[in-house]
Ligand binder design. Structure first.
Ligand SMILES: [Zn+2]
Ligand SMILES: [Zn+2]
Length: 419
C-alpha cells in the first residue's frame, strides 16, 4: 500500500512543481485529522526517506493553483470586507474556479486513476470558511445560510448573496378594495401612465405593500413579497383569525429583528385597513406548503333572494346543503382564466344565522377551492346543487367576508415563536 501511494506521489511530482496543498489533495479523502498541506508535506518527506534523497520543500510556483492557498488570508479579508454592513449569523462559501485550474488537477486524477482526490473548490471553500469564522465568529451552515460569499478566483472579486428572511404570520383585511398583492396597471404594465397616475399600479395599496413596507424599512431590505395561503377577492374582507402568510423579505441587511416591534410597526402604519400577527421566522419550505392551498375556509356572507321567504324556509334550504359535495363547472366569472371543467368540492358546514337589512346572514365552511358565490347563485346551472336550486327562487351573494383560514403550519415550524 505504502509503495503504491509513494509511486503515485513520484508520478505526480513529474508533472511539475506542485504545492503541498495540491499534492495532499490528490489523496484528500484518505485518512482523517489532516490538512491537505500536512498530507502533501508528509508524502514528500516519506518519498525522500524511501528514495534516500535530500528533502526539499517546493520552492517554485504550483503549476495547478499558482499558490492560491498562500493567499487565503487575502481572500478572507475580501470576504469580510464584502460582509461589512450586513447583519447575519450563518454563512456559506462558494467559489468560481478558473477552468484551467480544474482541468489541470482532473488531468492527473484521470491519468493516474487516483481513487480519493478532493477538488480544489472544496478545499478553497473550507479554508476560506474556517478563516472567516476565525475572523468574524460567524458559522458556516450548508443547509440554510443567511449569506453566501462567492469568490471569483480569476476575477479576484467576491459577490455576496443575501438570502431572504421569511416571516410567518396571519393577516386580517378590514377594508374592501385592497388586492392581496401588487397589480400592475393594465394599460402600461407597471411603467407608469396617465391612467394610473404614473404609479404603474391598478390600486394604490395592496396587503403585500401594507405589510411589506414596514418590514422592508426595518430590515433595510430591497423588497418584500407576500405568499398567502390562498387569496380573498379584492372586494372581500378577511376577518376572524386572519389568513396565514409568509412574508419574504428580499436582501435584508438586518435580520435579527424583533417580531413584536415589526408587528407593531405594521399595525400602526396599516391602521384600520390591515392588521397582522407575526408568529415565527420561517423558511422557503413553509412558503411551498402555504402555497399548496389545501386550507379549508370559513366565510360569512349576506344573501338576497328575488322573492320573500320566511327565515324557516331559508334555514331548511341552507341546511340541506350541509356536508354535500358540490359539482362546480368553472364559473362564468373566471372562465377566461381557468380551464373549463367540473370540480367537486364539499360544503363542510353551512348555517343561516339570521336576517340583516333584508339579507340572510349565512356562515359557510368550504373545502379549499369551493366557489361560494356560485354555491348560492347556481351560476345558471353550472353549480349543482346550489341554494338557488334548493329554494326554487334565485338567490345571490351581496357581501362576502372570509372569517377563518385553517392554518397550514409545516411540522418544522410548529415550535415556539422565536424572539
Ligand atoms: Zn497548488
Ligand atoms: Zn399605467
Amino acid at each position: 500500500m505504502t509503495d503504491d501511494i509513494l509511486e503515485e506521489v513520484k508520478a505526480i511530482l513529474e508533472y511539475g512543481p506542485i504545492c503541498d496543498h495540491c499534492l495532499g489533495r490528490m489523496f484528500g479523502k484518505r485518512s482523517f485529522g489532516l490538512n491537505n498541506d500536512e498530507r502533501g508535506r508528509s508524502l514528500r518527506i516519506a518519498l525522500s526517506l524511501k528514495e534516500d534523497i535530500p528533502f526539499s520543500p517546493e520552492k517554485e510556483e504550483c503549476w495547478i493553483c499558482s499558490n492560491l492557498f498562500d493567499r487565503i488570508s487575502l481572500w478572507t479579508e475580501r470576504v469580510a470586507a464584502e460582509f461589512d454592513g450586513i447583519e447575519f449569523k450563518t454563512m456559506l462559501m462558494g467559489c468560481r474556479v478558473p477552468p484551467l485550474m480544474a482541468e489541470s488537477e482532473e488531468m492527473i486524477w484521470s491519468d493516474l486513476e487516483l481513487q480519493s482526490p478532493e477538488p480544489l473548490k472544496a478545499e478553497f471553500n473550507r479554508e476560506v470558511g474556517k478563516a472567516v469564522t476565525a475572523a468574524t465568529g460567524k458559522e458556516v451552515n450548508f443547509r440554510r445560510p443567511d449569506v453566501v460569499a462567492l469568490c471569483d478566483i480569476s476575477a479576484e472579486t467576491v459577490d455576496v448573496q443575501i438570502n431572504p428572511l421569511y416571516i410567518y404570520g396571519r393577516y386580517c383585511k378590514y377594508e374592501r378594495g385592497i388586492p392581496q398583492t401588487r397589480w400592475h396597471c393594465r394599460i402600461c404594465r407597471g411603467e407608469g401612465c396617465e391612467r394610473c397616475n404614473f404609479t404603474g399600479k391598478m390600486y394604490q395599496d395592496s396587503v403585500e405593500e401594507l405589510i411589506g413596507r414596514p418590514a422592508t424599512a426595518i430590515c433595510e431590505a430591497e423588497d418584500a413579497i407576500l405568499h398567502g395561503a390562498g387569496r380573498e377577492d379584492i372586494d372581500a374582507r378577511m376577518l376572524g383569525d386572519g389568513r396565514p402568510f409568509v412574508l419574504e423579505v428580499v436582501r435584508p441587511l438586518k435580520r435579527s429583528i424583533s417580531l413584536d416591534k415589526l408587528e407593531d410597526a405594521i399595525n400602526t402604519s396599516a391602521k384600520d385597513r390591515v392588521s397582522v400577527t407575526l408568529d415565527h421566522v420561517s423558511d422557503r419550505h413553509e412558503v411551498e406548503s402555504i402555497k399548496s392551498g389545501k386550507a379549508h375556509k370559513k366565510y360569512s356572507i349576506l344573501v338576497k333572494t328575488d322573492s320573500n321567504l320566511t327565515l324557516n324556509e331559508m334555514c331548511t334550504a341552507v341546511n340541506s346543503l350541509k356536508g354535500v359535495t358540490i359539482g362546480q363547472r368553472t364559473p362564468e366569472r373566471v372562465s377566461h382564466r381557468r380551464a373549463d371543467k367540473v370540480r367537486e368540492r364539499r360544503v363542510i358546514d353551512i348555517e343561516c344565522t339570521g336576517v340583516e337589512d333584508d339579507n340572510y346572514k349565512i356562515e359557510v365552511t368550504g373545502e379549499a377551492g369551493l366557489y361560494i358565490k356560485e354555491l348560492i347563485s347556481g351560476d345558471h346551472g353550472r353549480t349543482i346543487p346550489s341554494l338557488t336550486e334548493k329554494l326554487g327562487v334565485p338567490a345571490y351573494v351581496t357581501s362576502l367576508d372570509v372569517v377563518m383560514v385553517e392554518g397550514v403550519i409545516s411540522e418544522d415550524n410548529k415550535s415556539q415563536r422565536h424572539r
